[in-house]
Design a protein around this ligand. Structure first.
Ligand code: SAH
Length: 242
């Protein structure tokens, strides 16, 4: 069944009306008709099975309507909520992190600014679309959160401290692979990933002083856009949550 994330208000009533991009998808791309079923997700953890009652092709303003048959909890969410603090990257590379991170199971993305960031500015609208599409494709039950405004590394570390979050900084100079140190039953984990040029020693020390452990992701150095999704997969596997 085709899946779409929508605003929670849209599925608050049993009769739903769809327009815009979703109606376009339903009518032109998927060519669905009255009687077909789709899944609407409120992004908060519930899915709604909807039977379409009409799909209208009206030039640029296609519409569709349907009826909710059933509301149920959506699956697809890990118990361990991973927040990926990712340094801004050049070109389209941050997009890759959002797409692959969502597929693997990141719950929250926080862009960060670090010493060696040469990356571009934040592009929240583009980013939100990438996350939504990846979440639909990978059958996530919730829409991963995305912080629109990048935090400076020091601000991110402060936040980790105030939230009392367990967090690791993947640091290419670190030797110890210590994901096995994840406490059993952990429900929140922060992972910090550097930019193309990596984290400086000073930044690693800043993290350590804030109670964030540095860790190695192995003998091979991963590209900045690869490291976050891989680290997330390792953490979820370690917590038996993949
Ligand atoms: N330019 C650096 C590599 C940066 S890799 C160098 O050549 O040494 C970009 C980011 O990915 C790093 O800051 C780190 O967060 C993460 N990363 C990649 N490979 C890693 C590894 N083997 N161990 C720990 N972190 C790694």
């Amino acid at each position: 069944m085709n899946r779409f994330f929508v605003e929670p208000a849209l599925v608050a009533e049993p009769e739903v009306r769809l327009g815009g991009e979703i109606a376009h998808q339903l009518s032109r791309v998927l060519r669905l008709e009255a009687g077909d079923h789709i899944l609407l997700l409120d992004g908060l953890g519930f899915e709604y099975e909807v039977e379409l009652s009409a799909v209208l092709r009206q030039g640029k303003s296609d519409t569709a309507s349907g009826r909710v048959l059933e509301k149920r909890p959506a699956g697809g969410e890990p118990r361990l909520r991973v927040t990926l603090y990712q340094a801004l990257l050049k070109g389209e590379k941050f997009d890759v992190v959002l797409q692959k991170g969502t597929e693997v199971g990141v719950s929250r993305f926080v862009p960060i600014l670090t010493e060696r960031c040469v990356g571009q500015a934040a592009r929240p609208d583009r980013w939100k679309k990438i996350v939504r599409e990846a979440a639909e494709q990978s059958r996530r039950g919730k829409l991963p959160e995305l912080m629109e405004k990048p935090l400076k590394l020091a601000e991110a570390l402060d936040r980790i401290k105030t939230e009392g979050q367990t967090a690791f900084m993947a640091w290419e100079e670190e030797q110890a692979i210590n994901f096995h140190l994840l406490p059993a039953g952990l429900t929140e984990l922060g992972i910090l990933i550097g930019p193309e040029g990596g984290f400086s020693k000073k930044e690693a020390e800043l993290a350590q002083n804030a109670g964030v452990q540095t860790l190695s992701l192995g003998k091979r150095i991963l590209r900045a856009e690869t490291a976050g999704p891989i680290a997330t997969a390792l953490a979820l596997y370690q917590s038996e949550d993949l």
